[in-house]
Design a protein around this ligand. Structure first.
Ligand SMILES: [Zn+2]
Length: 276
C-alpha cells in the first residue's frame, strides 16, 4: 500500500466535493509513493497526536479536523502549525483530512455517534444537497432510542457511552422530560437548532452549545438539548473509519484516544448531577 492508494480510496469513500465550500479536505502533506503499513486516526492534528503518530510509527494520519482551514503565508517551524508540518515531513508521516465530507457520508460521523446511544431507524437531520445529495447522506442523524428515557437518564447514558472528558455532558430542559426520538450532530451543532426543532426529536445532542441560542431555543418549545465535548462527539467515528481502512487494505490501523478537547478541568460546587 502507498499513500496514493490509501488517499484514492479515502477520496472515493469521502469525495472531496461533498465537503462544505469553506472546508479544506484531502491530503495535506505526504509523499504519494511512500509505503503505508500503519495508520493513526485522530480527531485533531495537534502536538499530542503527532507525538503519538511518531511513537507508534504511523505512516499516515487520518484526521477529522483540517490542520489548515484558513490561508497561511508561512509554515515556518516557529509557528504552531508550521512546527507540526516540519515534524511530520521529517518523520515521513502523511496527513489526510476528511471533515464535512465525512460528516455527510452514509455512514458518517453522526452515525457513529448515534450508534453509541443505540439509536435505530436513522435518517439525516439535514439531508445533503448538491454534490453530496442522496442515499441517506446529510449532516446529523435522527433516530429512536430502544426505550423511552427521561432527559436525566439520557444524559447519564450519553456520559457512559461517549468517551470520558473533563467537560462531561450537560443537558438543558426539564430533567423529567420523556425522550424517545433523538437528533444528534457530531461537532458544533447550534446551526441546526431550528432543524432539530422541526425534526420531531424530543432531544438534540451536539457540541459547543451556548447560553443565548439554547435559552431561546427552549423558550420557543424546542427539543431538550445535550451538550457534549466536541472531541467526544467525533471520536466514535474514528472506530468506523479505522475498521473500514483495515478491511479495505489489511493495514494496521490505530485509533487515538488522546483527548484533544481543550477543556481539561470541570468542577461543580456540589456533587449533584442535576442542578435544580
Ligand atoms: Zn468537529
Amino acid at each position: 500500500m502507498t499513500v496514493r492508494s490509501v488517499v484514492d480510496a479515502l477520496d472515493a469513500r469521502f469525495p472531496r466535493n461533498w465537503a462544505e465550500s469553506w472546508d479544506r479536505v484531502g491530503l495535506v502533506l505526504g509523499e504519494f509513493e511512500h509505503p503505508v503499513n500503519r495508520v493513526l486516526c485522530v480527531v485533531d492534528c495537534v502536538p499530542e497526536t503527532v507525538d503519538q503518530a511518531l511513537d507508534v510509527g504511523a505512516d499516515l494520519i487520518v484526521a477529522h479536523h483540517p490542520l489548515f482551514l484558513k490561508a497561511v503565508s508561512s509554515i515556518a517551524p516557529d509557528t504552531f502549525k508550521g512546527a507540526l508540518v516540519h515534524r511530520l515531513i521529517r518523520a515521513g508521516v502523511a496527513l489526510y483530512t476528511a471533515h464535512t465530507n465525512a460528516d455527510v457520508a452514509n455512514p458518517g460521523v453522526s452515525d457513529a455517534l448515534a450508534a453509541r446511544l443505540g439509536l435505530t431507524g436513522l435518517r439525516p437531520l439535514a439531508p445533503a444537497e448538491g454534490a453530496a445529495a442522496g442515499e441517506g447522506r446529510g449532516l446529523g442523524r435522527v433516530g429512536e432510542l430502544p426505550e423511552p428515557l427521561t432527559l436525566a437518564a439520557l444524559t447519564r447514558l450519553a456520559a457512559e457511552r461517549l468517551p470520558a472528558t473533563a467537560a462531561g455532558v450537560r443537558a438543558a430542559g426539564d430533567p423529567e422530560r420523556i425522550v424517545r426520538t433523538v437528533a444528534v450532530c457530531g461537532g458544533a451543532g447550534d446551526s441546526f437548532l431550528a432543524v432539530a426543532a422541526r425534526s420531531g426529536a424530543d432531544a438534540y445532542l451536539c457540541a459547543d452549545l451556548r447560553h443565548h441560542p439554547v435559552s431561546e431555543h427552549l423558550a420557543a418549545g424546542g427539543p431538550a438539548l445535550l451538550d457534549v465535548a466536541h472531541w467526544a462527539s467525533e471520536r466514535p467515528w474514528l472506530d468506523d473509519v479505522a475498521a473500514w481502512l483495515r478491511d479495505a487494505f489489511g493495514v494496521e490501523v490505530l485509533v487515538s484516544d488522546v483527548d484533544t478537547d481543550p477543556w481539561t478541568v470541570h468542577a461543580n460546587r456540589d456533587d449533584l448531577e442535576i442542578r435544580p
